[in-house]
Design a protein around this ligand. Structure first.
Ligand SMILES: [Mg+2]
Length: 302
């Protein structure tokens, strides 16, 4: 694809127009700030620019194996600069915020990694034995990336608790992913199995669910102050047309696509040309990378 198609990106998907009226940003991590665990070009500068200009932002990722503090420490090492864990929202932290909000103080059966379980500190989590006791009224079951904790026994306990009336929450529906072991079964496959057995759908906490986008807007609204931040005043910057752009736009946020991850310029332009790109997955604006988006945003506010 030559630059002949570029005016389209500058016109129909113009960043400045897409960012007009936006007061806060939500950034995806993989394909926006990082690629294969390494910072993308311009990502460090983009974060410095956001913080220098005191722009409220959150980083929203479906990564859910670790507590936000561990994740922030790992990213800080890669970026060579401090990362505030309070600026991160993972599928695990979104699920914990969801249960804190909807089931305060009530017994919860949570399947997550030992580190991610710390997101539930202060909430009433119970063991499989307690959850399986008919005397326990489990308010919600959360299925996440618990590794070997996703045993038949634990899933069977979860199944019975949901059948008895517990809310069914899952971090995401991703069926598989790539790890050092190669392609690896992901917890979403087990969520889908449980959904099939139960004949009901889980409330998904991570992207593309509106649960995580609403949580991000709630946190940002507390930071921004009056007038109350509206969802349309928040832009999500992501590399996935469905998970990031579609999810955000369905939740009422704006969706900005960057071309540094899953979706490159040729793929995007082919999707536009084919007429397939309709509905929520059609971005409000497109940027080459996160630094261009942030520079445009900061420049527009100046
Ligand atoms: Mg991504």
């Amino acid at each position: 694809m030559t630059r002949a198609a570029s005016p389209r990106l500058a016109g129909e998907f113009d960043l400045a127009g897409a960012l007009s009226g936006v007061r806060a940003l939500v950034l995806d991590a993989d394909g926006v700030l990082l690629f294969a665990g390494r910072p993308l070009p311009g990502a460090v500068e983009a974060l410095e620019l956001l913080e220098g200009a005191a722009i409220p932002y959150r980083v929203v990722t479906n990564y859910s194996l670790a507590h936000r503090e561990s994740l922030a420490a790992g990213v800080a090492r890669q970026f060579g600069r401090p990362v505030d864990p309070r600026r991160l929202i993972t599928a695990a932290s979104a699920a914990a915020a969801h249960t804190a909000r909807h089931h305060p103080g009530a017994p919860l059966f949570v399947l997550a990694s030992a580190d991610a379980m710390r997101e539930w500190d202060g909430q009433h989590t119970v063991t499989a034995d307690v959850a399986d006791d008919p005397a326990t009224s489990v308010a919600a079951v959360v299925i996440g990336d618990a590794g070997d904790g996703l045993s038949f026994r634990n899933l069977d306990v979860a199944f019975r608790a949901i059948r008895r009336g517990a809310a069914f929450v899952a971090m995401h529906r991703n069926p598989w992913w790539v790890t050092p072991r190669g392609v690896t079964l992901d917890s979403g496959a087990l969520v889908i199995g449980l959904e099939h057995a139960l004949g009901t759908s889980a409330t998904i906490a991570g992207k593309p669910s509106s649960v995580v986008f609403r949580e991000a807007v709630r946190e940002l609204a507390a930071e921004v102050g009056p007038p109350r931040l509206r969802r349309a005043e928040v832009a999500m910057v992501g590399d996935d047309l469905e998970t990031d752009v579609g999810g955000a736009r369905r939740a009422g946020l704006r969706g900005i696509l960057v071309l540094t991850g899953k979706t490159d310029r040729a793929t995007f332009e082919a999707a536009v040309a084919s007429g397939r790109l309709r509905g929520p997955a059609r971005p409000d604006g497109v940027g080459t990378g996160v630094l261009e988006v942030v520079k445009t945003f900061v420049g527009r506010r100046a």
